[in-house]
Design a binder for this molecule. Structure first.
Ligand code: ZN
Length: 572
């Protein structure tokens, strides 16, 4: 691998407190080194000429792999019609698909925007092999996958029986044996209810068949997560998602983080909060709960959240929240796919179009932006569209423009449903984020949230050489006025370096390489006697519940193209 030096970059690097300085960045063997070390005459010199240099972007929640993504592709041929971009071998494979792109398009389109790490936030254990196969095929970016545990029969048994140590051991084993990175809860308990034909649950409802409530599931999973010292907190899709008035449930869920926090940091991540930020008591009286959620975030240091920002246009909703998809299908009356996975979860997929003239869609759009713009601590709030649920990830530059330019917001405010705006505070917000703040929410903070801040999300010595250079000199433009420039600049990076290799040049993919898959192994740290007791229990329960054998269930390291398994040492 040839050394690279980036000269005269305008560097913004919040984790190292660099707020915009002309600097050089040296790269050797996938890592960032002191520029003085790069002296070999054969090194590649990139003259950035004052252009903006950032660490590679990190997306903490985007549905890019697994069975529901694939069902989305299968049920939407119209999504792929006339979207084919032929391959340019040997540099780039063929791309296709708008809201549910093919694996190649996912990797290339993220790389073109300057993103180098993406988390697939929900896969059920039994389907994890499929998710990894797809992740293996996505070029350029690093990736990880979160494992769904909210309606898992083995987990619910242990929770009901209050066997806390066995539950921790099971969750540790599950992460290890599915090569996942974090624990995901979707509408806790609701799929267990759904599989018995019951509607979704609120926080204090009884989960049918178990001595449990969704509140217990969050509490017990959160306790286990903190005791196992996992790098990410529990990742929670709140109960009552998609129903008017649900912001109260979200506020109550946010408050739970304090009860199981063991470490001096956030303990609960609330995902795509827009979908769970609704005031009012019906679709006709829907109003924004964005301000209330931002207020709670501002006083509650145990919580982080991401937006699930609506960007208007075509989307494909896909979630393990099967009861919600059933409701959405009856609202849209077009297509619906539903799936169950034995012992583990249910799910649904429904195409959807967000319209600016729609009252409901306008309220949804405002909620995401309100939450972000009213947040005092930008290290705890993240940009997502919950791709492809509220919008596609390629719309991120639109979100950057909305939060960095009041003028762009005003343009959009003129086009949306005006009566909906009377139920939102967005029109009264003046705040505009700076490039430094944008670097926090798209690079530094996500790396920290995933516990990877030593190697990702910054440009200090020793960091992974994942770097995006954008064709803009921040000293020469006023982005607040020139929002078109934001849209253009962040849609296509000028140059992207992934793991020390140049993958994007002048806004074009120039090389196909493959990134790593990050996973955690908390199981090795569990004491031997507990592991022995657990394995006897597991063998018996597994045989009783599953149609597959335990041996076939476990994913081995060699099945992952480039596995980066983090072995955890502590256990409480
Ligand atoms: Zn999601």
């Amino acid at each position: 691998m040839v050394d690279i030096i980036i000269k005269n970059g305008f560097v913004i690097d919040p984790l190292n407190n660099v707020k915009g300085e002309l600097m050089d960045v040296g790269i050797r063997n996938e890592k960032i080194v002191d520029p003085s070390e790069v002296r070999d005459p054969g090194s590649i010199v990139i003259d950035a000429g004052g252009r903006l240099v950032l660490a590679g972007g990190i997306d903490i929640h985007s549905h890019i792999a697994g069975p529901k993504v694939n069902i989305g592709r299968l049920m939407r041929p119209e999504d792929h019609y006339l979207t084919n971009i032929p391959s340019k071998l040997p540099f780039r494979r063929a791309m296709t698909g708008r809201t549910v792109p093919n694996v190649f398009a996912i990797g290339y389109k993220y790389a073109l925007m300057g993103y180098t790490l993406v988390a697939e936030p929900a896969c059920t254990p039994l389907k994890m092999r499929h998710a990894h196969d797809e992740l293996n095929a996505i070029p350029i970016i690093d990736k990880m996958v979160f494992v769904l545990v909210d309606s898992n029969w083995l987990a619910l048994d242990l929770m009901s029986e209050k066997q806390k140590d066995m539950l921790k051991t099971y969750l540790a084993w599950l992460l290890y044996s599915t090569k996942a990175y974090a624990l995901k809860l979707v509408d806790p308990g609701s799929d267990a209810a759904w599989m018995m034909g019951r509607p979704s649950l609120d926080l204090n409802d009884q989960v049918p068949g178990y001595n449990l409530t969704p509140r217990d599931i969050i509490q017990l999973t959160g306790e286990a997560n903190e005791a196992l010292n996992l790098p990410h907190s529990i990742h929670v899709h709140c109960n009552r998602l998609g129903f008017p008035g649900n912001y109260i449930t979200t506020l109550n869920t946010m408050k739970l983080g304090k009860d199981f926090a063991l470490r001096n940091r956030n303990s609960i991540h609330i995902t795509h909060v827009q979908f769970t930020g609704y005031g009012g008591d019906s679709w006709a009286t829907l109003e924004s709960g964005g301000e209330a959620i931002a207020n709670e975030l501002n006083v509650n240091p145990y919580v982080t959240l991401d937006l699930g920002q609506v960007t208007f246009g075509e989307a494909t909703t896909m979630t393990a929240d099967a009861p919600f998809e059933f409701v959405l299908y009856h609202l849209t009356r077009w297509k619906w796919a539903s799936a169950d996975v034995e012992n583990e979860t249910a799910s649904g997929i429904v195409p959807y179009r967000y319209r600016k003239r729609s009252y409901v869609n306008t309220v949804q759009w405002a909620i995401g932006l309100e939450v972000l713009l009213l947040s005092k601590d930008l290290w705890r709030v993240f940009i997502t569209t919950d791709h492809p649920n509220a919008g596609v990830f390629t719309d991120y530059p639109k979100i950057y423009a909305w939060i960095m330019s009041r003028r762009y917001r005003e343009e959009t405010l003129k086009e949306v449903n005006q009566s909906a705006l009377r139920r939102c505070v967005l029109p009264s917000i003046d705040r505009e984020l700076t490039l430094y703040e944008l670097a926090i929410i798209t690079r530094s903070a996500p790396a920290k949230l995933l516990g990877l801040e030593k190697e990702k999300g910054h440009l200090g010595i020793g960091a992974s050489a994942d770097i995006a250079i954008y064709d803009i000199d921040p000293r020469a433009v006023d982005l607040s006025r020139d929002y078109e420039r934001i849209l253009k600049t962040f849609s296509r990076a000028w140059c992207v370096i992934k793991g020390g290799e140049i993958v994007v040049k002048d806004g074009e993919i120039v090389q196909t390489i493959y990134g790593r898959t990050y996973s955690v192994d908390p199981y090795t740290a569990i004491p031997d006697d507990l592991r022995r007791e657990f394995e006897v229990y597991l063998k018996d329960r597994f045989r009783q519940y599953y149609t597959v054998s335990l041996n076939n269930f476990i994913i081995r390291g060699h099945e992952i193209k480039k596995l980066n398994e983090i072995r955890l040492k502590s256990w409480k």
